[in-house]
Design a protein around this ligand. Structure first.
Ligand code: AMP
Ligand code: MG
Length: 338
């Protein structure tokens, strides 16, 4: 019987929200990671418009795939494995990537590996730091999700808590929208808050009525909007900088409170922060301060790998493949919105 060639090149696709991304990996190492953002398309609406997002993925996915292959210096015929984000995300957007990946895997008779988007975000930290020791406590903060995970060992994900209402990124985006600062709100708030006095405005932290590790950000959003109205804050107001610094600081504190709470019960060997909001400098700093204060190593992916990207999807697919090799394309793979 002819021995199967060991896989070498993997092509991964990510279309869960508003980034169209394709990456080529060689034995789990990224050769190319193309990310095409749709920010400009959604910006006039102050948030992602699902229908526009999926249409844009359809328009750009073949270009993004071609770019990733060309930058990696390989052709589709060289690809041994295909990987794609299955969910969670916007269903129409997910289906574009999934259908495209199924088509490729079917045509080239190669395995197709489905990947969970949130687990892929966590994997971004391991991509740059393969030495991270388990068990790991991972805080994932993005535009659609705010979740705390415990990983006892590789590929084991225990969800400890998630947001009951808005995600942290969504809270930043909504406050920025209310102030007409533009979309996405997180990076604008970070820029405008720079040098502001973060103790100028006081917000009380959200309190959960039940035990556990869930988050809540809708109360914080309402409190922020109340302060904006009471102080008649606008995009040019002289107190805006201080307000945004105070708000950003409060969001970071609300996120870290749960991490701190979980340390005692779960005793991790390392801490990971990931997701789009993990690009935020203040949050990154507070996170590493918390870890250092507890004598734990902490890992945050570089900003480019915090954004939705196919590189992290490919890295997780590679790990999954090594743990449980598959030989055929699973054409039954389905997208899941949540
Ligand atoms: P994702 O959902 O992972 O694609 O991340 C998008 C979210 O990250 C949006 O809510 C953005 O506002 C937020 N975000 C991106 N960059 C930053 C930043 N520098 N500071 C705070 N939030 C950010
Ligand atoms: Mg995004």
């Amino acid at each position: 019987m002819a021995r199967r060639k060991k896989p070498r090149f993997l092509l991964a696709l990510e279309t869960s929200c508003d980034e169209t991304s394709a990456a080529v990996l060689e034995r789990g190492r990224i050769l190319s990671n193309i990310i095409l953002s749709q920010d400009e398309i959604h910006s006039p609406y102050g948030g992602v418009v699902p229908e526009l997002a999926s249409r844009q993925h359809i328009k750009t996915i073949d270009y993004v795939v071609a770019m990733s292959l060309s930058q990696a210096g390989v052709s589709l015929e060289d690809i041994d494995l295909f990987a794609v984000t299955q969910g969670p995300g916007l269903i129409g957007s997910l289906l574009v990537g999934l259908t495209f990946a199924k088509g490729l895997a079917y045509y080239f008779h190669k395995p197709l590996i489905g990947v969970d988007h949130l687990q892929a975000h966590i994997e971004a930290a391991f991509l740059e730091n393969p030495q991270i020791e388990y068990p790991v406590l991972a805080l994932l903060v993005s535009g659609g999700h705010t979740s705390l995970y415990f990983l006892e060992k590789p590929l084991s994900y225990q969800l400890l808590g998630k947001t009951r209402d808005d995600a942290a990124g969504e809270c930043l985006d909504k406050v920025a929208k209310f102030l007409q600062l533009g979309y996405p709100g997180g990076p604008v708030i970070e820029r405008l808050a720079r040098g502001g006095d973060s103790s100028r405005f006081h917000f009380s932290l959200p309190r959960m009525k039940t035990a556990g590790y869930d988050f809540s950000f809708s109360g914080l959003k309402t409190a922020a909007l109340k302060i904006i109205r009471e102080n008649r804050l606008t995009a040019n107001h002289q107190l805006l900088r201080d307000f945004l610094a105070s708000f950003e600081e409060t969001v970071a504190r609300a996120l870290l409170e749960n991490v701190h709470k979980a340390l005692e019960e779960f005793r991790p060997a390392a801490l990971v922060l990931c997701g789009g909001v993990a690009r935020n400098t203040r949050l990154r700093t507070r996170f590493s301060e918390l870890a250092a204060g507890c004598g734990l190593p902490s890992f945050v992916p570089s900003p480019r790998l915090c954004t939705d990207n196919a590189g992290m999807v490919g890295a997780l697919a590679w790990k999954k493949y090594l743990a449980a090799p598959v030989t055929a394309a699973d054409l039954e793979l389905d997208a899941y919105p949540r």
